[in-house]
Design a protein around this ligand. Sequence first.
Ligand code: URP
Ligand code: ZN
Ligand code: ZN
Length: 446
Amino acid sequence: MSSVLIRGGTVVNAESSIKADVLCEGGLIRAVGPDLQAPAGATIVDAGGALVIPGGIDPHTHMELPFMGTVTKDDFYSGTSAGVSGGTTMIIDFVIPGPQDSPLDAYRTWRGWAEKAAADYSFHVAVTSWSDRVREEMGELTRNHGVNSFKHFMAYKGAIMVDDGVLLNSFSRALELGAICSVHAENGDAVYHLQRRLLAEGITGPEGHALSRPPALEGEAAERAISLAQVVGAPLYIVHVSTAEELDYLHDYRDIATVEVLLNHLTQWAPDAYDRLGPYAVMNPPIRDRRHVDAAWAAVRDGLVDVVGSDHAPHSRAAKERPWPLCAAGLTGVQTIVPMMLDHVSAGRLSLSRLADLMCAGPARVYGVVGKGRIARGYDADFTLVDMKRRRRIEDSWIVSPCGWTPFAGTEVTGWPIATVIRGQMVMRDDEVLGQPAGRLTKFMG
Ligand code: URP
Ligand code: ZN
Ligand code: ZN
């Protein structure tokens, strides 16, 4: 059995940071402690004073997603290679059935694509319509394919938006199956109505994007989803919460709602992002003004936020540069989420332990991912080695995704992932992705 000893680092978990070595055998952590002895033949990794944090889990990515007449520009190889380049060891990607697909058909397609993943992975499966077949396949996916998370879009009218009836049926089926339900909370009818009005007024620039998706439409959808979840008695996971009002409201629903915030909503604000980046700031929910960014940080600090995700949805420059509202919404993010969050630590906005909570233990807890998110005996040997002193400028040239751009180009960060290890294999060292892709489907509790 292959052994690896990571020597001389500081091991960071959500609850503590200690100077310790980590001994790994057969892809699992065998021991964490001072002055561990390497078994004969073990590979020694000299951490040289670096931080050893649990491998980053990005719970929100979109590889090869058909979206707004285009397809996101990462397949599972490029997208997960981008992830490991930036210190991410696992992604949870969204299976989104097309109009002709059933959830199981779509799942099989995504599962096939993921065979070439360089990081570990699992899936959320979107429920985009309701029928006996969908009900049956939710059971099949949960029982026989290890899926435990179903996603619902309250936006994207005319495409994947679902109504309250679908939400009620799906929430109650998921509860029966012991699976998790999540929502993209924006009132898609009202967004569509506002888009038509703004277009009629002659607005075709990216500024129309945020105007057509005001905070109240996100809040309305989130409150409606919570009411429906309460009717059913199902817990609810609200992805990419981006408004101050919604965050405030969610404090009173800790018994039913878990909360994801995106890196971009912690890092960019209007009008600055739209002035600097134009269409390269267009994402859903939109980048909002500073008040909402401040509220997101307050919610990180007071413990409301359970996870931080990237919502990696890399579109080509051509798709981004179409005039609004045709400009494809979504940004690259899986490669930059760890370095950008490390920079937030360096700037004093959160502690390293809170980072490990939000990006490692949190996603594992919320989604019941077995054996990940923590550096402890018996867990997978997944690590991100970090040099907190290293300063780097993020550049488009570093981006692995074929789309070749990041909204963080030109940003100077302090704190950098210098190596990524997945189940005991070093898969990135000093920017270089190593070895053959060997990502695996992860297991869920239950
Ligand atoms: O703009 C975004 N986030 N595009 C991806 C789809 C979604 O809403 O998550
Ligand atoms: Zn969304
Ligand atoms: Zn998304």
